[in-house]
Write a protein of this length. Structure first.
Length: 293
């Protein structure tokens, strides 16, 4: 019973692999560059990516369950459909797919719409699947920690509706548990969707207040200027991606990213412990950087 993890060296995939390894699973990781993988001992590594049909066929051979994670790229849907078709060709029925919360609501945001299309294909193709729908990752804010710590401003335009942010470590553990649940089941299980959220739904002002408390000095919320956000992102990512992120931020402002009733309780039950909090993330970040008041 072998579980293949795609995106195995990324923000979430790395935690999925580690959690599976801790639980004694037979894990195979698909990676672009094995020399930089830095995965736990005992993990079988296959070089390739989701557009390399031959490598993916090889990686899927003998696999019982697939963890499918696509990066935000222009051909994300094509990558996913290639992987799904090859999985079906290999006789794989059991899948855990990492989508995104409100994929069916943020319909104008390219990477949300793409993930919703993949969700529909998983369902139509008849896979026994868990579709995980995570909210905004805490770790996204590591990209702006220098602005927070050095200038006293939280610049992410997340608005006042609230985002149910989540720790990537919690995502990885829940994904691993779902992979093992499906992998070890005597037969295919019904399709399920799980919203992955944190314990608190936070606004921009809430997050600035958390940083202020942790640092012991004022941190202001930078406001809801999404055009400026796009221009800032263009300095270190392609224009199409910066625009995609701007569209997402605009939906933060109008819709938020809020949990449904029972989501937090369900995840707490799955983990058998409380979800990690944003405040704990902020405190860890400050401790790691040696920042102080």
């Amino acid at each position: 019973m072998t579980i293949l993890v795609t995106g195995a060296t990324g923000t979430v995939g790395r935690h999925v692999v580690a959690q599976l390894a801790q639980r004694g699973a037979d894990v195979r990781a698909l990676v672009r560059d094995p020399t930089r993988a830095d995965l736990p001992a005992g993990i079988a590594i296959v070089q390739g990516d989701l557009l390399d049909v031959d490598a993916l066929r090889n990686a899927l051979s003998g696999v019982s369950t697939l963890f499918l994670l696509n990066a935000v790229v222009p051909d994300e849907v094509s990558q996913a459909l290639i992987a799904l078709n090859l999985a079906r060709e290999a006789g794989i029925e059991r899948i855990v797919y990492l989508s995104v919360i409100h994929s069916d609501v943020y319909v104008n945001v390219p990477h949300f719409a793409g993930k919703f299309a993949v969700e529909r294909m998983i369902e139509r193709m008849g896979f026994s699947a868990t579709i995980l729908r995570p909210a905004y990752f805490f770790s996204n804010d590591l990209t702006i920690k220098d602005v927070v710590l050095g200038h006293g401003v939280y610049p992410m335009p997340i608005g006042s509706k609230g985002l149910a942010m989540i720790d990537a470590r919690d995502i990885g553990e829940i994904a691993a548990r779902e992979l093992l649940r499906r992998d070890q089941a005597p037969g295919p299980l019904p399709l399920d969707r799980i919203n992955l959220v944190g314990p608190d739904t936070l606004t921009g002002a809430d997050i600035a207040a958390i940083w202020s408390e942790v640092l012991g000095r004022p941190v202001a919320y930078g406001g809801d200027d999404t055009p400026r956000f796009e221009q800032t992102l263009r300095a270190f990512m392609p224009g199409w991606m910066a625009f995609d992120m701007r569209l997402m931020a605009e939906r933060f402002l109008t819709d938020g990213m809020r949990p449904e009733a029972g989501d937090v309780a369900r995840l707490t039950g799955l983990l058998g412990r409380p979800l990690r909090s944003y405040r704990a993330f902020a405190a860890e970040t400050v401790a790691a950087t040696g920042a102080s008041a």
